[in-house]
Design a protein around this ligand. Structure first.
Ligand SMILES: *Cc1c(COP(=O)(O)O)cnc(C)c1O
Length: 372
């Protein structure tokens, strides 16, 4: 089955009791048991499982071509579950430009848990090889990465992880399963912030861990999900599943709009640099063209000038909304350094654009008058 069909159908059937074509929302926290104490209908207590979460998990696993998925209350909760599966003393190799919440978890929370982390430029194979130790249990990649949309060679780094006997995790939030298939490129585990494109409408937080095989590692993730309880509500699961129904078509439109905007910005006299993997001038373009089906909806632009000039552009646009996050139908503009705060390496003249589903010409005209 192709991804458009999976996105529309996976995880739900017509309800045999009512004929309802779309799934019901089951807010029940508890489920009736049989007189002998068994629960043959599969559910016992909603922290362990519930119908809406099962439907979403089945769909997420199918979208990525994995055997199992666990849904969480946010991308960060999914990320935490993966780190919680490790033991004190284990070593993690993570990208120097990992999503800032991920690197903060490793630096501030999981360092106290006893995890050791080496942050490294994932586009530098020699540096990754040098970072791997005997105690390395996990190699984490995220591609394209924030906010320069650097592209990691998933298969290439995967070979190093495999040789080291380390579990190989890919954060596929930015690319989505529509544009990139990390399991086919050697990943063992895929993590998502479903808050972004999978939900797709800026109205639900969520995360997921998807595994290539239903193995002991997945059992561990499932146990952490059930006992830790960082689970999405039934309505959250319903919203993410509803978002996924249109994901393949949205990703095509996000990608086409982003390429048009990036191409326009690259020629603009008041622009210093544009970062978009779809531009042939981007450092990661060749790898991206090999491992992605299109280049996604995220574009960063460095304007000529300083922080104040960048802020001025955000004040002048009107179709774009000044807000963080990405993946919704509406276009967003963000001064990235100021949200990342002290210690950020993001240039002060950089604006991050989440390109939405408006008409590309309206976005281009808005940016053009904003840059004037
Ligand atoms: C947003 C994001 C996360 C974290 O997801 P939340 O739902 O905000 O916790 C993780 N990784 C990437 C790449 C993200 O963009």
């Amino acid at each position: 089955m192709r991804i458009e069909t999976i996105a529309v159908h996976a995880g739900t059937d017509v309800d045999p009791g009512t004929g309802a074509v779309t799934p019901a929302i089951h807010p029940s926290t508890t489920f009736e048991r049989d007189p002998d104490g068994s629960y043959p209908r599969g559910h016992l207590y909603a922290r362990n499982s519930n119908p809406n979460r099962n439907a979403l998990e089945e769909c997420l696993a199918a979208l990525e071509g994995g055997e199992a998925a666990a849904a969480f209350a946010s991308g960060s909760a999914a990320t935490s579950a993966i780190f919680q599966s490790l033991a004190p003393g284990d070593h993690v190799v993570a990208p120097a430009d990992a999503y800032h919440g991920t690197s903060r978890l490793l630096r501030e929370t999981f360092s106290r848990w006893g995890l050791e982390t080496t942050f490294v430029d994932m586009t530098d194979v020699a540096a990754v090889r040098a970072a791997i130790r005997a105690s390395t249990k996990l190699v984490w990649v995220e591609t394209p990465s924030n906010p320069l949309w650097k592209v990691t060679d998933i298969a290439g780094i995967g070979e190093l992880a495999r040789a080291a006997g380390a579990r190989y995790v890919c954060d596929n939030t930015t690319a989505t399963p529509v544009l990139q298939s990390p399991f086919r490129l050697g990943a063992d585990v895929i993590v998502h912030a479903t808050t972004k494109y999978l939900g797709g409408h800026s109205d639900v937080m969520g995360g997921a861990v998807v595994t290539k095989t239903r193995d002991r590692f997945f059992d561990r993730i499932r146990a952490i999900q059930a006992s830790g309880g960082a689970v999405p509500s039934p309505f959250d699961c319903w919203l993410v599943l509803r978002g996924i129904r249109t994901l393949p078509y949205r990703m095509r439109a996000h990608s086409a709009n982003a390429l048009a905007v990036a191409t326009f910005l690259a020629r603009h006299p008041r622009v210093e640099a544009v970062h978009y993997p779809g531009l042939p001038t981007h450092r990661g373009h060749d790898v991206a063209a090999r491992q992605m089906r299109a280049f996604g909806g995220m574009v960063s632009v460095q304007v000529k000038g300083d922080r104040a000039r960048a802020m001025e552009v955000t004040a002048r646009v009107s179709v774009f909304t000044r807000a963080t996050s990405f993946g919704g139908t509406e276009s967003l503009i963000e001064h990235r350094a100021s949200i990342e705060g002290a210690g950020t390496r993001t240039p002060e003249n950089l604006l991050r654009l989440s390109i939405g589903l408006e008409n590309a010409d309206d976005l281009i005209e808005d940016l053009d008058q904003g840059l004037a």
